[in-house]
Design a protein around this ligand. Sequence first.
Ligand code: M6R
Length: 587
Amino acid sequence: MGGIVGCFARDGCFERLFSALNRLEYRGYDSAGIALLSGEGAFSVRKKKGGVAAIAGEPLAGSVGIGHTRWATHGAPSDVNAHPHLCGKFALVHNGVVENDAALRAELAAAGERFLSETDSELIVHLIARAYAGDFFAAVSAACARIEGSYAVAVLCADHPDTIVCARRGSPLVAGAGGGALYVCSDIPALCGSAAYICPAEEGEFVVIRAGEIGFFRADGSPVPGKVFTRVRGAARPHAVGAKTHMEAEIAEVPAALAGTLASLKEADLSACRAPFRAARRVLAVGCGTAYHAALSFCGLLAAEGVPSLCRPASEAAALAAGEGDVLVAVSQSGETADTLAAARAARARGAFLLAVTNVEQSSLASLAQAALFLRAGPEVAVAATKSYNCQLLCLYFLAARLLAARSTAPAWEQSLAALPALARRAFDSFSAVSALAAAWQDARGMYFLGRGQDAVTAREGALKVKEIAYIFAEGLPAGELKHGPLALVEEGFPVALICTSRALIRKCATAAAEVSARGGRVALFSQYGEALAIPAAFRIRLPAAPEPLMPALAVIPLPHLACRLALLRGHDPDRPRNLAKSVTVE
Ligand code: M6R
């Protein structure tokens, strides 16, 4: 998995590839590589284990090239497993997973092919080389027909030094033009700042850059009619300023991001949703990781208002059996997460109404959906989702309110949505106390995050952040579950973050805190209520107050800050946690 880029530019081809790879790094940073082709058909290749910075240096010469940044699936991160992979006259970069890898490897090995890497991607370049009889496009097309699984590939051929042949199935690919260059790339944000115009390739399409022109083709080589390039929308990925990490910068942007979401919601057109909302037999929601937590919160809110709703991680969406009469809300910051796209495609194919909640307007998810709400949170670069979660919650609160209005009456709390940016800013008042908490907990080997009702979801989100970037085992649990097993791990000094934003649940939270304290555990309480003083706690973090159904968007704010402080105190880079990637484009 990872990100691919291809570029044709008479000037600065290497530099353009390098800068696009820098912007693609959120898709993986296990290794990086670039290959350029000279006019005489000679390859220059630089590929190395590590992030894109590892291949910095003297620019390679050539005006046609391909590049890759990798998140390892088949084979460890290493120089040799880094893309591009070469075979005979061909060089290839690949994003995706070859599912019939074992069968192809055996077949090719039996035919005498020898492999340098452990990757599934290298098999594709061997298939191309074997299929080649002078027609570059036909060889790539024949090789793609042999692949089961997903791919976006960009291929160079020494016999055609002015050409890049690319193809996609299951992994995204977009063509771009501008600034004297032509591009293909795994996604649009990586082209922001380089290409002025873009045109996504659809499933099964091929993109060919040849002699300074770009075209779209079907597998049989016939041109795809009606492809239109549109102006790139969205800002270039920013770089964190000064000593700040992207994650710290993005947490600080939460209020501004929420204001962006509010503005986006004012323009939102949900006219296509009215009838499906009114008639929906069930409202279903899916997402992955943090986006799944936002989806869970949404379904919890609807369930509390009496609307039948169900939520699953997108990778488990089959259990929902979404179909005719259902509304499926698919939540994804990037709009490119493979599990979410698969769930969305399957639901649409079975007749469900699909609504996307995403930050990327030209994403695959947005184009698949019948209606969409856009976060307009600005680019999120750090692997950990922060501001996008608050904005997803705001979109989903809005959606829940519109859905309830379509079915009966709008909820009173809808009026308070506009106050969320200012309230979020007030949540920052807790940060010095949270930093002190991180200093006290930095040596912990494990911790719990507890909450009841909607706070159980916030607890899960806090635990995910701590695992992901501080590498501390953390579990988010409904507080009532503690006594059914997890309490066994609580001993002297064991850290427990307890979130309590529901007045009706203060007593029950007090019981959970007492159970922890009695075993020597150290409770940090997160609440907006003075009455929560009844809850025994070693640390108290005061939250700003909003109507209770909206509290998850505020209660979560100190938790990424806690995780980020823990990561920094333990010497980890919060922006690039090990083993992970920002956008997970394989199922
Ligand atoms: O782009 P998406 O929202 O679809 O990404 C989903 C998850 O991969 C993502 O939220 C992940 O869990 C975050 N790194 C968590 O901080």
